[in-house]
Design a protein around this ligand. Sequence first.
Ligand SMILES: [Fe+2]
Length: 265
Amino acid sequence: MTEKDLEYFKNWFSDFTKSFYSSNEEDQKNIMLKVDHTRNVCKNIIEITNDLSLDDNDKRLAETLALFHDVGRFPQYAKYKTFRDADSINHGLLGTKTLIHSDVLGQIPKDEQDLIKQVVKFHCALTIPKSINNKTLFFLKMIRDADKLDIWRVFIVFYEAPEEERASATAHNKPDTPEYSKDILLRINDRKIASYSKVKNINDFKLMKLSWVYDLHFNGSFRLLKERDYIKSLAQKLPQTNDILKAVAEINKYISERLQSVQTK
Ligand SMILES: [Fe+2]
């Protein structure tokens, strides 16, 4: 893939997303949320690759993945007016279909096309399929890190905004009740990610997002997470009970250990 290919992809993405712009304020807010998210995921992935010894081709490939990872969000919203996959369609799969249908990747080598299609398809899967080859897996982990980092930001902004300014399609249709799941706390204390199936209210949803720290792979991701204080910002939006504080302390301990292990290598 050449620098010119990447430029072409950026222009294509810009035209593609503009075709979904709307005069309806609510719809436009939701579309721009994903345009901004994509821009931030691109920045995150560049930061992550800067820590790694990748050649220029692989750096461009990583940036292309960030650019296209959520391409399915635009037709998803156009048709269903939501970003909740469970209530609409798997946006990873729809993204890959969108790339195939538009033939935007047609100019680059076939193996790179296949890698991009696979990574876009599985970037949001709960678990990574075992059948994926090592190179694809490497990039899949990278986009999942870059994506998670920005999803934390999106939700922190969402919870900090006054209700009328929130992008509605980000909201999850769960009640904002005071209790929280002990099962999710157990998962966090066991250093395991929690599943969305356990989420019964907004507190559980925030705890589930915190548990994602155990599915981060790259050193740069832990560095960015720490620098941006996302865990603290999200944790502050939960009830400050002893068991929640203990779970948050476990997460912070894990982050420190990961950063420490890099420094001592
Ligand atoms: Fe996504």
